[in-house]
Design a binder for this molecule. Structure first.
Ligand code: P6P
Length: 337
């Protein structure tokens, strides 16, 4: 395997920017600001498990600072890191019902940021990997005016950049700005994200499927048939597949990106649109998966083509190796209800 260049995230972002002569550097600075927030959140997430061990009150730590719920903390950290950079005209967060305006005394930028500050945070007590997911668009309303909901409600194919940070055994930031998907691992001793995977290519077909099988009885008949197909024995088609389900989207997606296979959070008879959110969970991971040569579907069509109606709308997601996603779509089509 070719030796990776010693490359920091900042350096990589600048090199990516140079591929676009029209680039002003604003997106680079935006991504760099995001990575700073990620470092601070990583510090807090990694300390979280210690709250009960080191005698922190759980309400106030030894510095007398109030200890917030981690997802609120992550939301606040992202807002404070991003609200004054002058790159954004509006933000939206999983933690806020409405759009988040940029404070009036800060210059209005040309970008829009949507984020899930800490997805999977209910898993933190079990030391399961959790993550931050972000999605970036260019504004579509006139410059130098406050950003609006219209700036946020754009189809995922219009994203200019997207990514996630997995806070696990190490902290890994994965992003795409339209040319390839790249991973950077945080080296805490120098506080830098260092390139660990460049231009990731997802296997065209995998051997792992990832879904919460506890919902089996509520599934679409075509999905039931697809999962049973994967469980049959056939060496020629690498079956049976293995099943892996962490229950933390960023971790399940990250494994799918690196190892191949298919991640699924389907609609079912109880949740007609599934569980995961389109704007700040499914669209960004779909852009990453496609940048690595994979596919992301709502079961019928390309997920990034969905025109959103609401900020927090849910959508079914099937994402991963292209051959696996295409086969899933065929099973659903053949059993159209
Ligand atoms: P379930 C975590 O709560 C989350 O939002 C995603 O990270 C994850 O993929 C999904 O929900 C897990 O949901 O219903 O399988 O527990």
């Amino acid at each position: 395997m070719a030796k990776l260049r010693f490359m920091t995230l900042e350096r990589h972002i600048i090199e990516e920017e140079r591929k676009h002569p029209e680039a002003t550097g604003e997106l680079s600075r935006l991504l760099s600001d995001l990575s700073i927030a990620a470092k601070v959140i990583s510090l807090e997430v990694n300390k979280a498990g210690l709250v009960d061990i080191l005698g922190f009150t759980g309400d106030h730590n030894v510095h007398g600072e109030s200890v917030k719920k981690l997802d609120i903390y992550a939301h606040d950290m992202l807002f404070r890191a991003m609200d004054h950079g002058g790159h954004l005209c509006v933000m939206a967060s999983e933690e806020e019902e409405n759009i988040i305006h940029i404070p009036h005394h800060h210059r209005l930028g040309k970008y829009v940021l949507l984020f899930d500050p800490l997805d999977g945070s209910s898993n933190i007590d079990a030391n399961v990997s959790i993550g931050t997911i972000f999605s970036i668009y260019k504004r579509i309303t006139p410059d130098n005016t406050p950003g609006t909901l219209d700036d946020c409600l754009q189809a995922g194919m219009h994203q200019v950049a997207a990514g996630y940070i997995v806070y696990g055994s190490s902290t890994v930031l994965t992003y795409t700005a339209g040319s390839g998907a790249h991973c950077f691992t945080l080296e805490p001793s120098i506080g830098e994200f260092l390139l660990s995977h460049e231009n990731i290519k997802i296997p065209s077909k995998g051997k792992i499927y990832s879904i919460n099988e506890g919902n089996y009885k509520y599934w679409h008949p075509g999905l039931k048939k697809y999962i049973k197909y994967l469980q049959e024995e056939d060496a020629a088609t690498n079956r049976p597949y293995s099943t892996r389900y962490i229950g933390s989207m960023v971790a399940d997606i990250h494994r799918t990106l690196l190892y191949g296979g298919i991640f699924m959070y389907p609609a079912d008879s109880r949740n007609p649109n599934g569980k995961l959110r389109l704007m700040y969970e499914c669209n960004p991971v779909a852009m990453i998966i496609e940048a690595a040569g994979g596919k992301a579907s709502d079961g019928k069509k390309r997920l990034l083509e969905i025109k959103p109606d609401e900020l927090h709308q849910r959508v079914p997601i099937f994402a991963g190796s292209p051959e696996d996603v295409l086969m899933l779509e065929e099973f659903l089509r053949n059993e159209e209800e």
